[in-house]
Ligand binder design. Structure first.
Ligand SMILES: Nc1ncnc2c1ncn2[C@@H]1O[C@H](COP(=O)(O)OP(=O)(O)OP(=O)(O)O)[C@@H](O)[C@H]1O
Ligand SMILES: [Mg+2]
Length: 236
């Protein structure tokens, strides 16, 4: 039993310096997490760092882009030292651009079709780590909003049965409201970027992390040439 639990609670590194320590050693293997925050708060950068960490350990990573095309993502990430291009060339990380699939005028897919497409991609790539960026437009495809939480649960179940550790990135539409995905996910990480005493402050907050005793206070965060870096101290 202990051995089984050991397997269940295997942790995977986020690839973000300073973050694993705050998470009790990393994310739980095979779970789905939400990373949310305002524009420019570092969500995509963190997602790519998570995939690069996997790629370094031979775990295939898939980045499913819902909004931006692959070229834009690669161009933006070229400014960092973590060398996304190298892992793309060696196919340890693959970017799938679903923006056309999602918004083809009248032929908008159903939620079920989106799930099938995500499943197909994961199987095809034998992916171990998945990032969906951003999940927010997908949520609008749920046919019946009353069933939203049930449908999101369906996606999360799909990902966990496929044994992938996943980060779903969401746009923070209202900072004082919790969304269905946040209730259903195993953990929620909030990236903050706000003005305080005429200075923009970056911070990261672990709002929820099942199976982990963690601090829920905001922590100092920087975006450097190494990507997102987290410090176990107050952000100001
Ligand atoms: N090399 C760098 N060094 C320091 N900061 C950088 C560097 N490159 C980008 N940044 C900062 O990171 C921010 C972008 O981060 P990122 O694209 O990950 O945010 P995001 O939360 O995904 O944004 P969006 O909501 O627009 O998708 C930029 O706005 C900039 O402030
Ligand atoms: Mg982004």
């Amino acid at each position: 039993m202990e051995r089984e639990l050991d397997l269940v609670y295997k942790r995977v590194s986020t690839g973000v310096k300073g973050l694993d320590e705050l998470l009790g050693g990393g994310l739980l293997l095979g779970r789905v997490y939400v990373v949310t925050g305002p524009p420019g708060s570092g969500k995509t950068t963190l997602g790519i760092q998570f995939l690069i960490e996997g790629a370094k350990h031979n775990e295939k990573g898939v980045y499913i882009s819902i909004v931006d095309d692959a070229r834009t993502i690669i161009q933006d990430m070229l400014h960092f030292k973590f060398n996304l291009l190298y892992y793309l060339k060696s196919k340890k990380i693959v970017i799938y651009d679903l923006s056309n699939f999602i918004s083809e005028g009248n032929k908008k897919p159903t939620w079920g079709e989106v799930l099938d497409e995500i499943k197909r991609i994961i199987l095809q790539e034998n992916a171990k780590r998945v990032v969906i960026d951003s999940f927010t437009p997908l949520e609008f495809l749920v046919e019946d909003p009353e069933n939203k939480r049930r449908e999101i649960t369906r996606l999360i179940k799909l990902l966990s049965t496929m044994k992938v550790t996943a980060i779903t990135i969401t746009e923070m539409l209202e900072s004082d409201k919790y969304t269905d995905d946040q209730y259903v996910a195993s953990g929620v990480i909030v990236m903050h970027h706000f003005m305080r005493q005429y200075q923009m402050i970056r911070a990261i907050q672990i709002l929820k992390m099942r199976g982990t005793a963690h601090d829920t206070n905001m922590k100092k965060m920087r975006i450097t040439e190494d990507g997102v870096v987290v410090y176990n101290e107050a952000p100001w």
